[in-house]
Design a protein around this ligand. Sequence first.
Ligand code: ATP
Ligand code: MG
Length: 564
Amino acid sequence: MRWSQALLNTLRDAPQDAEIVSHKLMIRAGLLRKLGGGLYTYMPLGIRALRKVEAIVREEMERAGAQETLFPILQPAELWKQSGRWETMGPGMFRLKDRKEAMYVLAPTAEEAFTALAKNEISSYRQLPCIIYQMQDKFRDEIRPRFGLIRGKEFLMKDAYSFDADEAGADVSYKKMYDAYVRIFKRVGLDAKPVEADTGDIGGNFSHEFMVFASSGEDGILSCDTCGYAANQERAERIVQPLPYTTEAGAAEEVATPGQHACEEVAKFLGKPIDQIVKSLVVLANGKPVMVLVPGDRELNPLKLRRLLGGAKIEEADEATVLQAAGPCGSIGPVGLDLPVYADAALKGAADVVVGANKEGFHLQHVSLERDAKVLAYEDLVTVVEGDACPKCGKPLVIRRGTEVGQCFKLGTKYSEAFGASYLDETGAPRIMTMGCYGIGVSRTLQAIVEQSNDENGIIWPASVAPYQVTLLVLDTDNPEVVEKAEALAKALEAKGVDVFIDDRAERPGVKFKDADLIGFPVRVVAGTKGFAKGGFEVRRRTEKDSAIIAPEAAVDAILSLLA
Ligand code: ATP
Ligand code: MG
């Protein structure tokens, strides 16, 4: 390709709404253009890079035994009603009507459609295991679309689904997909770390997220540098350190705490450490109020409460509900309360703590939870933070920000049961299939590569996904020798399967150098009168400062070895 004929404009400045480096660079390098909020057009160079990521994903899916399919994006509402997600997906799912008033969705994911297909097409154990996938756009009405391709309203996802005869088979399929993901991210040059994850809205029982560390990441990842444990903050566990307030200090006693509501305020007012104040929360579990107690400096993790309560739906309670169930917000506590009470495990044995008195302006001190309250269970219920003890080895955990590029789920039978996806086993008895689902945000992955691989001059593409592997800058377009040698080199490289982008514009060398670095071609070759006077092409890797002079005869081999 020649720049003089390409639809390619680089920009000196990034648009106002580009907050992170990869978003700025994708726009400035002419790879992407914005169509609307969360909606982006791939320019010719951008789509080339995306197609290369897709190709690697496809190769590894096929290698793992998955078969490609392609489902419609526009899907009948009935499908989503059958799984129950028509109700539970909420406003994040785009819904629309056809001219006959029939309802449809723009698929945000595709468990329903794949399971319905498996129900119809798979009838015997002989057809199992079966892994099918598609590379298809997904739509989500994100609360905050931002960061370009990182969080779009429309994005490209590779989604795969496995169908197995039983749990053991599902474990094998999961492992195959997990291993394929490790290979994919390695091949696209992305450092993505698998971390334990919560199973969220999709449901199911086991999951890994593949995370790319980035300061702009929206997820917190707790990891242990000693033993390698890593988990999403939503999911992370800890070895609980019991609080030191285990000796009774007399009977519970009411103290006036006028105007003091937050735990920090009460602690300061009473001159006690913050973790001696118990944070009491009323939340709704399946619509019914329950009380949860956590140390004053900790946050409740609703997912952990949900697990403790057998998958109950956990929601915040409004002020009126809290008032009716316990007392005025900011002054509530478990003493004398007729509500189910659950406490974080750090509070086990707490015998001298402060709780709200269920009366505006009052707290109770010297409370022993064992003696004065009825706690149904002590469990790890808080969000793990940096410094908590690793659940595997006990060393302090550290927190980093990350962005999820892929996720593997063991789904169990949630969808196969809803759709009646069963098969006949060896004895002819019907059995329900066990499923897994596996997503990669392909467009997000593309931008994550840029986020991870850049410098002050621009993008640094890994050769495997670069829009073109080599850029050939023709500096003196009026010197026939230069032009002729450059043309010959481009031809020879293309014959070896290397993509070459020729910058044949009548621009100053400085402009060409800047653009080559901004776009980030892995190898830059300069053809110019000066270089030829020194002996040949000036060849440089994007990551290096200095060029080497390479004789025209040796150039093809030298460039191939730089790309290898
Ligand atoms: P997130 O937590 O970032 O919103 P998710 O867990 O909701 O992602 P999944 O349902 O697991 O996403 O979808 C599979 C993959 O699709 C994700 O790992 C991610 O890479 C990608 N993805 C999800 N939402 C978006 C989006 N709005 N824009 C671009 N890619 C996305
Ligand atoms: Mg996910």
